[in-house]
Design a protein around this ligand. Structure first.
Ligand code: F6R
Length: 361
């Protein structure tokens, strides 16, 4: 039941501290500060191929950045409906990883089966532990989001991200890329995310005010760099799905290669800008947007310097370790879509034309 919440989506956004904590505990030990030695032998593989659809695909892309950065493990991510029909060339030392909330998405399941038949080792990051994918894969990597009722995925997404980040730490340790001190630092950082997610979810007044204006837009651009790029695409997808506003997620560095042509006074840009090693670069992209009269909504910590320009509004998530920024920043992105949809009066939990589980192609 929805309890004190207006919609399941709102309830599920607020459940994320618990679902992330529960999922992290599957893969990491808070007490020892170590990654649990799970069923995956990351030293025995030389590549990961993630296969997923929709929101799970964006979680996979965040996973990819992390597997490569902290474990030095090459990782590809592909949309299952493409992977399935293009005869991909894969070496036998590749681990295929399906990512899915339902574990029943037809294209993802067929891709997983195809990989298994090709003789690859397979794993499935799934939320429904009795699902077809959970049974099909050699290794089950559970997420613990609990049942997700809202059609637009929220807590299943952050649980997928949490599982993939934790697995990337395990991969880094197993492959000798992460020493004991670094492991302790990363595990500690991951376990800080539930508290920071809760903090974000509680401070929604600023987001509601921004959403009030966003509801008037016809098109919205989401920008990010690094792991914030897939989160920008996820933010655009959430806004499209539940508010029916057209939105696109772009890598901030791609702005001047085309999408900047869309910028005008009526087209807001939402930027995901944690204080990381590319913060300055994102800032200069925002100055370019602002100089062309585009309204900017910058999601950045209070401690981050403000870019120069008019009409730049800010949403302040708490400071956080760069590893967990995709988990923490997911919350303002989800709430922005949520409050925009509420303001427009759409059916948040049952958006038009969408089904919770896509078991047909
Ligand atoms: C978006 C959304 C969908 C699903 C996609 C895959 O909010 O929920 O894009 O992520 O249909 O579904 P699963 O994860 O069940 O394979």
């Amino acid at each position: 039941e929805k309890g004190e919440y207006r919609h399941f989506m709102e309830k599920e956004i607020h459940e994320q501290p618990d679902s992330v904590q529960h999922t992290l505990s599957e893969y990491l030990d808070l007490v020892t500060g170590k990654a649990k030695t799970g069923a995956i032998d990351f030293a025995a593989i030389d590549r990961i191929q993630i296969i997923a659809c929709g929101t799970a695909f964006y979680a996979g892309q965040i996973g990819r950045y992390t597997f490569e950065r902290i474990a030095g493990l090459p990782c590809d991510v592909e949309i299952a409906s493409e992977f399935r029909y293009r005869s991909p060339a894969l070496s036998k030392s590749t681990l295929a990883v399906a990512v899915s909330q339902s574990g029943e998405t037809a294209d993802t399941l067929a891709s997983l089966t195809w990989c298994k038949r090709e003789g690859l080792k397979t794993a499935a990051v799934v939320n429904v532990h009795s699902s077809s994918m959970a049974r099909e894969a050699d290794i089950l990597c559970p997420t613990h989001a609990g049942p997700e009722i809202g059609v637009a995925s929220t807590k299943a997404f952050t649980a997928q991200v949490a599982a993939l980040l934790a697995l990337a730490v395990a991969a880094g340790v197993q492959r000798g890329r992460v020493d004991a001190d670094k492991e302790a630092e990363l595990v500690k950082a991951l376990f800080e995310s539930p508290r920071l997610i809760a903090e974000c979810a509680e401070h929604h007044a600023d987001i509601e005010a921004v959403a009030h204006d966003l509801a008037k837009a016809r098109d919205v651009l989401f920008l990010g760099r690094g792991a914030m790029f897939p989160l920008a695409m996820e933010g655009a997808l959430k806004l499209k799905e539940i508010s029916y506003i057209h939105a696109e997620g772009y890598a901030a560095g791609e702005l001047k290669h085309g999408p900047i042509a869309l910028i005008d006074e009526e087209t807001p840009t939402v930027a995901l800008a944690p204080l990381d090693d590319v913060f300055e670069k994102t800032c200069s992209n925002l100055q370019e947007v602002s100089a062309r009269g585009g309204p900017v909504i910058m999601i950045a910590p209070e401690t981050a310097p403000a870019p120069h320009g008019a009409d730049i509004r800010r949403i302040h998530p708490p400071d956080c370790h760069p590893l967990i920024a995709p988990l923490v920043y997911a919350v303002p992105v989800q709430l922005l879509a949520y409050y925009t949809a509420v303001h427009k009066g759409t059916d948040v939990d049952q958006p038009r034309n969408l089904a919770k589980s896509v078991t047909v192609e």
